[in-house]
Design a protein around this ligand. Structure first.
Ligand SMILES: O=C(CO)COP(=O)(O)O
Length: 254
């Protein structure tokens, strides 16, 4: 069985105390149940403020070394006059081994483009971090039958020009915008078939994994993981308590 990746971005949630409790609880659960991570790679992507807290808690708690720690964003330059931004060397210094790039919330509200996502992927790889590139189409594009073209344009725009060694350090997440968050509805297995076939045709065996994200929960995780080409799950709300992530790891490990 190839390794499934199952993880969560906390988005803009959690105090340091909450981050510490989550990381400790998760690590303890994984120490007690090593079978959960035999074929599954858990990852947690806290806000930047909590990176070092999560790093230290995972390092100090048995089981914590099984978790890949990520950052939700990083700038493409290594340092300089970019007020409010944080660079890849900085998030790496704080413990991140992965950088999430191009989530639809960042594309919509913070003007991420294929250009900036491409620069950020290269910055992550330049510093030896994994790049988790998110792609996904809005509802009107899906309704018009354009999902596959739209997401391939996003992926190619950021990844074209990378050789196979570089692509091996990239994970892709297909997160249709209409499926994400409180007002989203999870994609059905039928709706995922085309996009995952297209992403796997172009990037299968070259990128580390291709994940699905958007309203994943313990009720739908198994059927989503069963869609051909889905190598893992990228989860928001359903994994914002560590027990939720543990339950999803259990489903992926089954
Ligand atoms: O955006 C997501 C993960 O990046 C998914 O969020 P939800 O699981 O809360 O829909």
């Amino acid at each position: 069985m190839t390794t499934r990746w199952v993880g969560t971005s906390w988005k803009m949630t959690k105090t340091l105390a909450e981050a510490r409790d989550y990381a400790a609880g998760l690590a303890e659960a994984l120490a007690e149940r090593p079978e959960l991570t035999r074929d599954v790679q858990p990852f947690v992507i806290p806000p930047h403020t909590a990176l070092t807290t999560v790093r230290d808690t995972l390092a100090q708690t048995p089981g914590g070394s099984a978790v890949v720690l990520g950052a939700q964003n990083a700038h493409w330059e290594d340092a300089g006059a970019w007020t409010g931004e944080i660079s890849v060397p900085q998030v790496a210094d704080a413990g991140a081994r992965l950088v999430e790039i191009g989530h639809s919330e960042r594309r919509e509200h913070f003007a991420e483009t294929v250009q900036s996502t491409g620069l950020k992927v290269r910055a992550a790889l330049r510093h030896g971090l994994l790049a988790l590139l998110c792609v996904g189409e809005p509802e009107e594009v899906r309704a018009a039958g354009g999902s596959t073209t739209f997401i391939l344009d996003q992926a190619r725009g950021a990844l074209d020009g990378l050789d196979d060694a570089a692509l091996g350090e990239v994970l892709l997440a297909y997160e249709p915008i209409w499926a994400i968050g409180e007002h989203g509805r999870p994609a059905s297995p039928e709706e995922l078939a085309g996009p995952f076939a297209a992403l796997q045709e172009e990037y299968g065996g070259r990128v580390r994994a291709v994940l699905y994200g958007g309203s994943v929960n313990t009720d739908n995780a198994a059927e989503l993981l069963a869609v051909p080409g889905v190598d893992g799950l990228f989860v928001g709300r359903a994994a914002w308590e560590f027990q939720g992530l543990v339950r999803l790891l259990q489903i992926a490990a089954a």
